[in-house]
Design a protein around this ligand. Structure first.
Ligand SMILES: Nc1ncnc2c1ncn2[C@@H]1O[C@H](COP(=O)(O)OP(=O)(O)OP(=O)(O)O)[C@@H](O)[C@H]1O
Ligand SMILES: [Mg+2]
Length: 357
C-alpha cells in the first residue's frame, strides 16, 4: 500500500512521542497535556527519552521554544511570527503534536476565510428540515479543540480579514463561543489554546487589531544565526528525503555551497565581510535551500545517474534566486562574476550557471 504523502507529526514521530510519554509518566503536567513542558522541550530540541534518541525538530535558540511552550500553558495564545521559511508552521505542528497528540485541528487563513471557519457553520439540509439544532451545527476545528481541551492552529492569521480575525476575541478572552441560534455557549475545556502563525513579508496582510494582539504572546522566529545551524537544518531534511528514495550520499558539500550562496545574497555581504552585494527580491530562507536540494536530487535521481552534479543544482538554484526575471538576473549575474568565479572549488557550478543565464 502506498504511504501517505505527508503524515502529521504525531504519526511520523509516533515512536519518539510514545517513548517520551513513558519516561514522563510521573512528572506533573498542565491539565490535558500529554507531556510535561520539559518533555515537550526535549521533543522539540532533541535529546533522550530512556534509551530512545529524540531527534531535534527545531534548530536554533532553546529559549524561544521555552517561551513558546510556557505561553501555551498560560491563558494567552501563541503567535509565531517571522519571515517566510523560518519554521513557523513546522514548530506549530510539532508543538500541537507533542502537547495534544493531534496537530490536525487547523484553520488555514486566506483572504476568503469566513467567520464560520473560525466559529461554526451549519449543515443546511438539516437546518432547513429541522431548524437550528445541535446536530445541524458544523463545528470549526477551533470549536472542537475548545470542547476537547486541545490545541488548535491558525495558519497565516494576518491573511484573514481584520473583522473576521476578531471572531477570535471572545474565544481567547472569554474562552467561550456563543451560539445564539441555540441559545447556548460552548465553554473551552482546560488545555485548549491556539497557536497562530503569521509572516511579515507578505503583501496584502491585514494588521491585527490591538485588542487581538494583546491576547497573543508573540515569539519571533529568526533566520538561522550561524551558517553551521543553517547547514544542519538543510542537512536533516535532505537526508530524510534521500533515505526515502534509497540514496546513500550525504551531499554535504553541495548543501554547504547552497547555504553559503543564500546567506551571502540574503545578507548582501560575503561571508568574509569584505564584499558588499546586491540583494535579490525573493526570500532565501532554509526552506528554499531545502527545496533547491530536493529538486536537484530529484533530477539526478530520475534523469541522471544519481550523482548530484552542477547542472542539476544550478537550474534549481537559479529558479529560487531569480524571481524577478529582470532585476534578480542582474543581481545574480553580478554575484556570479564577483564572487562565484573567484572561488576555486565552485568552478563547475559557476560554469553551469553561466550556461543557463
Ligand atoms: N530553525 C529551523 N529548525 C528546523 N527546521 C527549520 C528551521 N528553519 C526552517 N526549517 C525548515 O524549513 C521548512 C519550512 O518551514 P515552514 O514551512 O514551517 O516555514 P514558515 O515559517 O511557516 O513559512 P511561511 O511563512 O512561508 O509559511 C520546514 O520544513 C523546516 O524543516
Ligand atoms: Mg507557514
Amino acid at each position: 500500500m502506498a504511504e501517505l504523502l505527508k503524515a502529521p507529526a504525531e504519526v511520523q514521530f509516533k515512536e519518539e512521542l510514545e517513548a517520551l510519554i513513558k519516561e514522563d509518566k510521573n512528572n506533573p503536567k498542565p491539565i490535558n497535556w500529554k507531556l510535561s513542558p520539559r518533555a515537550v522541550l526535549t521533543y522539540l530540541m532533541g535529546g533522550k527519552a530512556g534509551k530512545k534518541e529524540i531527534t531535534p525538530k527545531y534548530i536554533g535558540q532553546k529559549r524561544l521554544m521555552e517561551i513558546a511552550i510556557a505561553t501555551l500553558a498560560t491563558d494567552r495564545a501563541l503567535l509565531l511570527y517571522g519571515v517566510p521559511g523560518t519554521a513557523k508552521s513546522w514548530v506549530a505542528e510539532h508543538l500541537a503534536a507533542a502537547i495534544s497528540g493531534d496537530s490536525t485541528r487547523i484553520v488555514q487563513g486566506t483572504a476568503g476565510t469566513s467567520e464560520e471557519a473560525i466559529r461554526y457553520g451549519w449543515n443546511y439540509a438539516s437546518l432547513l428540515a429541522k431548524g437550528p439544532t445541535d446536530e445541524a451545527v458544523v463545528p470549526s476545528p477551533i470549536m472542537r479543540a475548545m470542547e476537547l481541551g486541545t490545541i488548535a492552529r491558525v495558519e497565516e492569521l494576518t491573511r484573514i480579514g481584520a473583522d473576521v480575525q476578531d471572531a477570535l476575541l471572545t474565544i481567547l478572552s472569554e474562552k467561550a463561543l456563543p451560539i445564539p441560534e441555540l441559545n447556548k455557549t460552548i465553554r473551552a475545556v482546560e488545555g485548549f489554546n491556539i497557536i497562530a502563525t503569521a509572516n511579515n513579508r507578505d503583501k496584502g496582510v491585514n494588521e491585527m487589531s490591538s485588542a487581538l494582539k494583546r491576547r497573543f504572546n508573540t515569539v519571533i522566529l529568526p533566520v538561522p544565526g550561524s551558517i553551521k545551524e543553517e547547514i544542519e537544518i538543510v542537512q536533516r531534511r535532505v537526508s530524510s528525503m534521500t533515505q526515502k528514495i534509497g540514496m546513500k550520499e550525504s551531499h554535504t558539500k553541495q548543501i554547504e555551497t547552497i547555504v553559503t550562496i543564500f546567506r551571502e545574497l540574503r545578507n548582501g555581504l560575503t561571508q568574509d565581510g569584505k564584499t558588499k552585494l546586491k540583494v535579490p527580491s525573493g526570500t532565501l530562507s532554509p526552506a528554499e535551500a531545502i527545496s533547491v536540494m530536493y529538486q536537484g536530487i530529484t533530477m539526478a535521481h530520475w534523469f541522471g545517474d544519481d550523482e548530484l552534479n552542477a547542472e542539476d543544482l544550478s537550474s534549481a538554484m537559479i529558479g529560487a534566486i531569480v524571481k524577478d526575471p529582470v532585476q534578480d538576473a542582474v543581481v545574480f549575474k553580478e554575484y556570479m562574476e564577483t564572487v562565484m568565479k573567484e572561488r576555486s572549488d565552485w568552478k563547475d557550478l559557476y560554469r553551469a550557471c553561466k550556461n543557463q543565464l
